[in-house]
Design a protein around this ligand. Structure first.
Ligand SMILES: Cc1cc2nc3c(=O)[nH]c(=O)nc-3n(C[C@H](O)[C@H](O)[C@H](O)COP(=O)(O)OP(=O)(O)OC[C@H]3O[C@@H](n4cnc5c(N)ncnc54)[C@H](O)[C@@H]3O)c2cc1C
Length: 638
């Protein structure tokens, strides 16, 4: 099968404008005849639901939290990129485009990335108009800082709480539509099945998490803005609730899953402190604007207090290895460099799995008050977790799983391989290729929700001519039965293990065999063990309580059941991609100095998997990556 990305013709800078003109429109009076389901109310879902309703469509929006305001997006710390060039430091739409393509190790779709860079400037205007309190310079202009993989300052921020402030903006736009009746909001409601009628996505089956009631919802189109799957690793920086369920259940109904092996390891997280831990905490990349990363040169100094290691005995390894980008080298590269120095025995802290992030120079140069203004909440968070004051001693950090570049395959319209199913934000396979640059997830989620989907979904609605089925259509009844059977199966095992312990075991396996570095032998071991573990899950799981009540053990067990299947696809994808690129580092494919060695001849494509049934090998479809503007080259940050 030839996967058609539906990339418009014409010169790259004009593709989106021309395409928007070519798209069919739905006239204002007809818009209110269409119903759209938006699952997710994070930055992508809330911005999409609010904008679609503002346009006149009738929207139903679902989230599993008690309020859209609690979506995982609220955790985003460091900032959002946009090619405004306020700093006059050489930025442009083209430079943001190119940095993102290069940052993704030439594994993203060129036309999508160019469009993303183009609309980035609109996002900032939109958010400012909503009242998002971005940091400002003394004279009142919006301030910027730098993020990894860029040599300009293009990141807009609100201290270390950018996600929270952006989400408040999107949330209030959503609330306006809820109050006007355009959006019907379903909090505490989890989508558990996608319903397909005549080959088109036409609704969902959901469970009310308070009462346990199962209900069907039909629509003219379904949008998933359900976030990323990094929690498959158990320990990661995502909110505990983030999961793969919506995109996985859509996969099982025919929506291809693209590049699942592209997961991002973030270099600056608070190191793991023990097996009791259920979550890891990010220390924003923005800190590397002022913090310097180092380890002791002499192994014997690793146990000493950092202040007692003299300057000449410190290895500022990022500045040494990558002098052009230094501490702001991209995440995949910085993470691997941290692993390398720790593997060589230079790590600090318990188990030697840590490196220093030191602000002493910046505090001397700028004063502690400026550092407090820029990153105060991050320093407080660090102190609350570690008991250490980072104004007085360096932070200790180590890489951790952070983001999913893989996700549902979508074309240029953000439509999946299932007509009528659109996927936005972190849930789609996205614009980030094999590695996402910092501050570009918020940009992509809001670009999708505010500026791309509202155009492209109209074209589908105007042309598909597929009537909206009633919610008691036989396909809905069937899907409801599947959901009930799944829940009953989980509850009836009555084994001895908790979903947490099984999830923890799966996560450890993935981290060891498919984490920061992977190899063929390890991946084969993981692929042998995952089906066994899945069987153990279905034999030994214990879920207490009932289905017709608030039962968080049941919710969680359902998500872990999906992780148990998804993990196999992730490792299958990693094994098949016999090259190293971005966050996917195969030890067999590296340059003599330890950098990722791509194989453009054989792997310059998006790998999209099609479900064939449980325990049957999925089928791989390839979308070739053709670059009209960017020249595929060996990435260098030296
Ligand atoms: C600690 C941290 C800091 C970050 N900092 C930055 C940053 O500074 N800059 C940046 O660009 N990116 C950052 N990121 C990444 C960024 O925050 C996320 O990629 C982005 O917010 C994801 O938004 P989203 O709308 O796609 O999904 P989410 O915000 O995860 O929202 C998912 C929504 O889907 C709903 N949902 C999921 N499944 C179901 C289901 N089955 N049924 C019903 N509802 C469902 C949830 O309830 C939720 O409303 C950070 C990430 C982390 C973890």
């Amino acid at each position: 099968m030839n996967l058609d990305g539906k990339i418009p013709s014409g010169p790259l800078p004009q593709k989106w404008d021309k395409y928007k003109f070519d798209l069919k429109l739905v006239n204002p009076a007809n818009k209110r005849k269409f119903e759209i389901i938006v699952v997710g109310s994070g930055l992508s879902g809330a911005s999409a639901a609010a904008t679609l309703s503002e346009l006149g469509y009738r929207v139903k929006c679902f989230c599993f939290q008690d309020s859209p305001r609690r979506a995982h997006s609220i955790a985003a710390q460091g900032g959002i990129n946009a090619a405004k060039n306020y700093q006059n430091d050489g930025d442009s739409v083209y430079r943001l485009f190119f940095d993102t393509i290069k940052g993704g190790d030439f594994r993203s779709r060129e036309a999508n990335v160019y469009r993303l860079a183009q609309v980035s400037v609109n996002i900032i205007d939109q958010c400012v108009a909503q009242g998002v309190p971005f940091a400002r310079e003394y004279g009142g202009l919006l301030a910027n800082r730098s993020f990894g993989g860029a040599q300009v300052s293009r990141t807009f921020y609100a201290r270390g709480q950018t996600g929270q402030q952006l989400l408040l903006g999107a949330y209030q736009a959503l609330c306006r539509q809820i109050s006007m009746g355009g959006v019907q909001m379903y909090p505490r409601t989890e989508m558990l099945e996608l319903v397909v009628v005549n080959g088109h996505a036409k609704g969902i089956v959901a469970r009310n998490l308070i009462t346990g009631e199962i209900s069907s919802h039909s629509a003219d189109a379904v949008v998933l803005g359900t976030g990323g799957y990094a929690n498959v690793f158990f320990l990661c920086t995502n909110a505990k609730g983030s999961n793969v369920t919506a995109t996985w259940r859509a996969y099982r109904k025919g929506a291809f899953f693209a590049n699942p092996c592209y997961t991002q390891i973030h270099p600056t997280c608070i190191p793991v402190s023990g097996h009791h831990q259920s979550k890891l905490t990010l220390m924003s990349e923005s800190l590397r604007n002022d913090g310097r990363v180092w380890v002791p040169k002499r192994k014997g100094d690793c146990g000493k207090p950092p202040g007692s290691v003299p300057e000449q005995d410190r290895d500022y390894y990022l500045e040494r290895k990558y002098p052009s980008f230094g501490n702001l080298s991209p995440r995949d590269i910085s993470s691997r460099a941290a692993k390398e120095v720790c593997d060589e025995g230079h790590g600090v802290g318990p188990g030697g799995l840590g490196v220093y992030l030191d602000f002493a120079d910046a505090i001397k140069r700028l004063g502690a008050n400026v550092i407090h203004e820029r990153y105060g909440n991050l320093f407080d968070m660090y102190e609350k977790i570690t008991g250490e004051n980072a104004y007085e001693m360096p932070m200790r950090i180590y890489p951790a799983v952070h983001y999913a570049m893989g996700g549902s395959w979508v074309d240029y319209n953000l439509m999946s391989s299932l007509p009528g199913l659109f996927v936005i934000g972190e849930a789609n396979f996205s614009d980030h290729g094999a590695n996402r640059l910092g501050a570009s997830a918020l940009m992509q989620g809001l670009a999708d929700g505010y500026f791309v989907l509202p155009y492209t979904i109209g074209n589908y609605l105007a042309t598909s001519r597929q009537p909206r089925p009633a919610a008691d259509h036989a396909e809905f009844k069937k899907a409801e039965e599947e959901v009930r059977a799944f829940i009953n199966r989980l509850l009836s095992i009555k084994g001895k293990r908790t979903a947490t312990s099984l999830h923890q075991e799966l996560g450890r396996l993935l981290w060891e065999k498919c984490g920061m570095a992977r190899n063929e032998a390890g991946l084969k071991q993981a692929l042998k063990r995952i089906p066994e573990l899945r069987e153990e899950f279905w034999k030994t799981l214990n879920v207490t309580g009932d289905s017709m009540e608030l039962n968080q053990a049941l919710e969680y067990a359902g998500r872990v059941a999906d992780f148990m299947e998804f993990a196999e696809l992730l490792c299958t994808d990693a094994l098949r991609r016999s090259e190293s690129c971005g966050g996917h580092f195969r030890e067999e494919f590296q340059t003599p100095d330890g950098e990722a060695r791509r194989d453009d001849e054989n792997f310059a494509y998006v790998g999209a998997w099609e479900y064939q049934g449980l325990n049957k090998p999925p089928v791989l479809h390839k979308e070739p990556l053709v670059y009209e503007e960017a020249h595929m080259s060996m990435r260098s940050y030296k």
